[in-house]
Design a binder for this molecule. Sequence first.
Ligand SMILES: [Zn+2]
Length: 123
Amino acid sequence: MRFRSAKINSFRTWGLLLTMIGMGLMVLGTAGIVFWGQAGKIVAGIGLVIGLIAMVGSMGIYFWAGMLSTSAVQLQCPQCGKLTKMLGKTDRCMFCRTILTLDPTVATINADDLEEQHSHSSK
Ligand SMILES: [Zn+2]
């Protein structure tokens, strides 16, 4: 899976999406009883079970994202200057989505180059 946003942000997005789906299924299931009567109860049962699983899953993702963000490396984004967190060796800035890396072998620009660029542009 490749996300075009910071990893922590995408975990939160997925968690939220799953919660919405879970709640939607539960509401739909309950509405099924109203519309289809006896037959709707089966639909409601299935909807409630899947909805519950989705919500538990989303809570798991939220919890996981919380755990990950405590172990995430906090650093100042060289592009926008804001304080961001990154997971693993390569991640995107949470604010400007610049790709950041801790691995010097895959980096196209390093801190010294950036420093130089900044000092050049400020002159
Ligand atoms: Zn940034």
